[in-house]
Design a protein around this ligand. Structure first.
Ligand code: ASP
Ligand code: MG
Length: 408
């Protein structure tokens, strides 16, 4: 017997039938004697539908009102789930984020949780009830509704698990765990028994969309045992855990990729102090996120400077860079949006030399040109032409033998 937080994503609650299936699952766990808190997302497509409605009303919707609107999606699901549970004879009660005092800062549409009052939930659990909480939302100190950013229900679940000192936080989704890479690209991809927080964080920020990045950060910080499982099939899923307790000891745990990368290059930049700031400052001021950056060694007192941004930001970044190029007296600005980023991730890299060269050997053998490289302690990323993405992922998967279970 224990206390568990179960989170069900949009597809898991996408129809009335699916909500009924979730209720069955929750009821079974509750009847086995566990205390269950359920966090729900909006029914699939609902948050997008609401966002589109807002955009029809206002080009840039007022952030506070956007949160009022978006928070309704989760409210629909939580009440329907409680009705389904009641039908099954399981006593359940639903709460919005504000009602269970999930207090956040006031950054509408991307608020951060400050604290949670666990008293009410504990009281309900002790009274034998299932508690259902709307994901993705909270309330600021003034009582305004806030939301936690897209995918924020994961963070609600982890934060509740931390506050309630739950035994485990289960994230039920449409995949049955975290895979070595996307099985749609590499059919030999293998479900991982476990992965470390750090690796999961890298995977999430490098393009794997299974968990909201912030929820993984939160789980790592507050020591929440986090498990990703399928709501449609049985199985143990993947446990996200600390390095010491990781079951598998592979060199590389996974391959992530991101198809949204676009590359900008400014050539003939005067090699003087402050040039990088003059180039990237205006981009950052326009709220455009910069991913990889490369500056070459200067040749004849000028240098080339390349960086990547999200494809959606390419046009605005190009306009800014073209203006900068003129004011700096640089030579030219070129862009390429047919690029992708492929990364290998693994804590095993820390203790093993030669992983980078093995990765580059794969690209050499496949005759794939590497345009940019960046590394951190536990990951190596390269930017390549988008037409080689599938080939690169499959070749790396084979070379690092990710289809084989290292524990056996
Ligand atoms: N409904 C929100 C979204 O679609 C939050 C979530 O599902 O986690 O992003
Ligand atoms: Mg999600």
């Amino acid at each position: 017997m224990g206390l568990f937080v179960y989170k069900f994503g949009g597809t898991s609650v996408g129809t009335v039938e699916r909500i009924q299936a979730v209720a069955e699952k929750v009821k079974a766990a509750h009847e086995s004697g566990d205390q269950i808190v359920v966090v729900v997302s909006a029914m699939s497509g609902e948050t997008n539908r609401l966002t589109d409605l807002a955009k029809e009303m206002q080009k840039t919707p007022v952030a506070r009102e956007m949160d009022v609107l978006l928070s309704t999606g989760e409210q629909v699901t939580m009440s329907l789930l409680c009705m389904a549970l009641t039908n099954l004879g399981c006593s359940a009660q639903s709460y919005t984020g504000g009602q269970v005092r999930i207090v956040t800062d006031s950054s509408h549409t991307k608020a951060r949780i400050k604290r949670i009052d666990d008293k009410k939930i504990h009281a309900d659990l002790s009274a034998g009830k299932v508690v259902v909480v709307a994901g993705f939302q909270g309330m600021d100190e003034e009582g305004s509704i806030t939301t936690l950013g897209r995918g924020g229900s994961d963070t609600t679940a982890v934060a509740l698990a931390a506050a309630l000192k739950a035994d485990e936080c289960h994230i039920y989704t449409d995949v049955d765990g975290v895979y070595t890479t996307d099985p749609r690209v590499e059919p030999n991809a293998r479900r991982l028994e476990s992965i470390t927080f750090e690796e999961m964080l890298e995977m999430a920020s490098l393009g794997s969309k299974i968990l909201q990045i912030r929820s993984v950060e939160f789980a790592g910080k507050y020591n929440v045992a986090l498990r990703v499982l399928s709501s449609f099939s049985e199985g143990r899923g993947t446990l996200i855990t600390y390095e010491e307790s990781a079951v598998e000891q592979a060199l590389i745990s996974g391959i992530a990729f991101n198809r949204d990368e676009a590359k900008l290059t400014i050539t003939g930049v005067p090699d003087i102090p402050g040039a990088a700031f003059k180039i990237l400052g205006p981009i950052a001021d326009a709220n455009i996120e910069i991913d990889m950056i490369i500056q070459n060694v200067a040749d004849d007192a000028t240098t080339d400077f390349t960086f990547t941004v999200h494809r959606n930001d390419l046009e605005s970044a190009k306009a800014i860079l073209t203006a900068t190029s003129e004011s700096l007296g640089a030579k030219s600005v070129t862009t390429d949006e047919k690029t992708v980023k492929v990364s290998i991730v693994g804590v095993g890299m820390r203790s093993h030399a030669g992983i980078a060269s093995k990765m580059f050997e794969v690209f050499a053998d496949e005759n794939i040109n590497i345009q940019m490289i960046s590394t951190s302690e536990i990951k190596i990323s390269v930017v390549i032409d988008e037409k080689y993405l599938e080939l690169a992922v499959r070749a790396l998967h084979a070379a690092f033998e990710l289809d084989k279970d290292p524990a056996t």
